[in-house]
Every structure is written in structure tokens, then in C-alpha cells.
Write a protein that binds this ligand. Structure first.
Ligand SMILES: Nc1ncnc2c1ncn2[C@@H]1O[C@H](COP(=O)(O)OP(=O)(O)OP(=O)(O)O)[C@@H](O)[C@H]1O
Ligand SMILES: [Mg+2]
Length: 291
């Protein structure tokens, strides 16, 4: 069963038709890129699959108990936290357990009550299982990797610029180690070294990734399949990966009133093996260059 199954998806805003009867699946281990011209509906697609907006019609089915990490630049964040404390909230339950443990030891020092030690043992086991004592190192590595150290670890999240804030949200999302990562144009606010860090992160990430980007170099390094959200007619894209091939076809532009109508159809072709193969139509290359 795929991690995510989207079927019969149609969406439009006021007079603008986006997709009609779109379908695709995200499998475990898929690192899927989403490309397409400005305004074609890529961000809308991400918002639909995260449930933050409803489609006109269609089904979005996530496997049960999947932890999804979504980089939403406009997400509400705790503005009065320092960068370090904000990143620690990715492991809020662990830090809370550690706080409880410290309190128990203080109480024990006063009362000598052995029952307290039983609870302490449980908490200690949970902290060890969650690698609690390595979390600060992991947080530090992420701070440095994304260049957040230049902002300052005590900088308040509420006083960050848009780009700094996005980086902080990205860092927290990556630290939380979700099963699926959804990214909408993550390279916009990263410099070359930070993009390299993110590439390395994604390539060693075992979960699934869905990333919208206009940055072809970036996509080429991190994806094993691509879907294209397309305007107009007869645009057809094929991108193959080691395990699978996704064939994307846009709809014919059928609207008499010059409205743009798209259909996104993905078909999985099995049996490909060997190196990652990219089969790109000329239109797609043009599309990428235009972007
Ligand atoms: N809430 C909304 N109400 C009305 N129209 C919307 C809304 N959100 C998006 N749109 C329109 O839907 C279309 C698709 O928008 P979307 O943001 O998904 O495009 P995109 O492919 O992500 O573009 P870009 O590459 O520029 O980020 C655009 O024409 C946009 O103006
Ligand atoms: Mg967008």
C-alpha cells in the first residue's frame, strides 16, 4: 500500500481550473519532485494533500499513523522562543520527560521515597530509547548545516526575517524526523552550502520526500521521480527511477473561454532497473529553462 494515494483529484479557483481527475501515488522511499510553471497549482497540490485546503473533488488517502513534516512558511510559531528552544520543541515530549526526571531526583533527595525511583527508572529508559542525550548535538549539527549559527542561538524566532524563520522551521521539521517530508521551494532562502547540506540530508533520508522546486540542479540531485503539473495540451513527461517510472500527461486544453484546463495523469511502469534514467520531453526541458 502506498504512503499516499491521490485519485480523481480536481481543483479550481473561481474561474481558474487547475487539475482534473489527477492521480498519483507516493511510495515508501520515493523522492518525488513536483515541477511546473508559476501559478499552475503546485503549492495548491501540497496544501490539498496536507488537508489545509479542500479540493473540488477527489480522494487523498494517507497510510495510517504516518508522521508528515510540512514546511509551511506561514505556520504559526512560538515567537518568544529562542532559536535553540524553538528547535527543542521538535522533541518536546523528551525534554518534558527530562524535566520530570530532574524533579523526581530533587524530590527523592528530600524524601528518600523509593517509589520515586521506579518512576525515575521508567523515564530514564524512555530518554535512553529516544537518544535524549544526543539531541543537543543533533540540534547543533542542524543549526550549523543550515547556517542558522550566524543568526545566533539565542535569537528570538519572532524577530527573525522571513528567510531566517523559514530556515528555523525547516530545521525543526527535519529534526522531528517524519516519515514523509513535504517541501515547497526550499532552496529559495538557502545559499549554495546550505543547499548542499539539504541535498545530503534528503539523500540519506529513508522516508519519502515530495518537493516542489524550480531549481533543476537541486531536483536532479535529490529526486528519483518527477511529476509535472502542466498548462495547455500535449505536454508529456516521463521520468524514470531505479524502481519505477512515472508518466505524466496533461489534459487537452478544452475550455472554450480560454480558461486553462489541466489533467495530470500518472501511470506507473514497472520493471526498470539500473542507473537512474531521465527521459525528458523537449517541452519539459523548455519548461525547466523558462523557470
Ligand atoms: N486561495 C486562493 N484563492 C484563489 N486563487 C488561488 C488561491 N490560491 C492559489 N490561487 C491561484 O491558483 C493558482 C495556482 O496557485 P499555486 O500557488 O498553487 O501555484 P504554484 O504552481 O505553486 O505557483 P508558483 O510556482 O508561482 O509558486 C494561481 O493562479 C493562484 O493565483
Ligand atoms: Mg508555489
Amino acid at each position: 500500500m502506498p504512503l499516499l494515494e491521490v485519485s480523481d483529484l480536481s481543483m479550481s479557483f473561481a474561474e481558474k481550473d487547475l487539475y482534473q481527475d489527477a492521480e498519483f501515488q507516493l511510495e515508501k522511499g520515493d523522492h518525488m519532485g513536483i515541477v511546473g510553471q508559476n501559478g499552475v497549482g503546485k503549492s495548491t497540490l501540497i496544501k490539498i494533500i496536507t488537508g489545509s485546503i479542500l479540493p473540488l473533488s477527489g480522494n487523498v488517502k494517507w497510510q495510517k499513523n504516518i508522521k508528515i513534516g510540512y514546511l509551511d512558511q506561514y505556520a504559526d510559531v512560538e515567537e518568544d522562543l529562542t532559536l535553540t528552544d524553538f528547535l527543542r520543541t521538535a522533541f518536546a515530549d523528551m525534554y518534558e520527560k527530562n524535566r520530570q526526571l530532574t524533579k523526581i531526583y530533587e524530590d527523592y533527595a528530600e524524601t528518600g521515597d523509593d517509589k520515586l525511583m521506579e518512576r525515575a527508572g521508567q523515564l530514564q529508559d524512555d530518554l535512553d530509547a529516544g537518544n535524549f542525550y544526543e539531541l543537543d548535538t543533533e540540534i547543533e549539527q542542524t543549526i550549523v548545516g543550515l547556517g542558522l549559527d550566524s543568526i545566533g542561538r539565542d535569537h528570538l524566532v519572532g524577530k527573525m526575517s522571513g528567510g531566517q524563520r523559514s530556515k528555523a522551521i525547516l530545521a525543526k521539521m527535519l529534526l522531528a524526523n517524519p516519515d514523509v517530508i513535504l517541501l515547497d521551494e526550499p532552496t529559495n532562502y538557502l545559499d549554495t552550502a546550505q543547499i548542499d547540506w539539504l541535498v545530503e540530508y534528503i539523500n540519506s533520508f529513508k522516508g519519502a520526500v515530495l518537493v516542489v522546486s524550480h531549481d533543476y540542479d537541486f531536483l536532479e540531485q535529490i529526486t528519483n521521480c518527477i511529476i509535472n503539473v502542466a498548462f495547455g495540451k500535449s505536454l508529456s513527461i516521463v521520468v524514470a527511477s531505479k524502481k519505477q517510472c512515472v508518466n505524466v500527461k496533461s489534459a487537452k486544453s478544452s475550455n472554450k473561454n480560454n480558461l486553462i484546463s489541466n489533467k495530470l495523469k500518472l501511470k506507473k511502469l514497472n520493471g526498470l532497473s539500473g542507473r537512474i534514467k531521465l527521459v525528458l520531453s523537449q517541452q519539459w526541458l523548455n519548461l525547466v529553462r523558462r523557470n
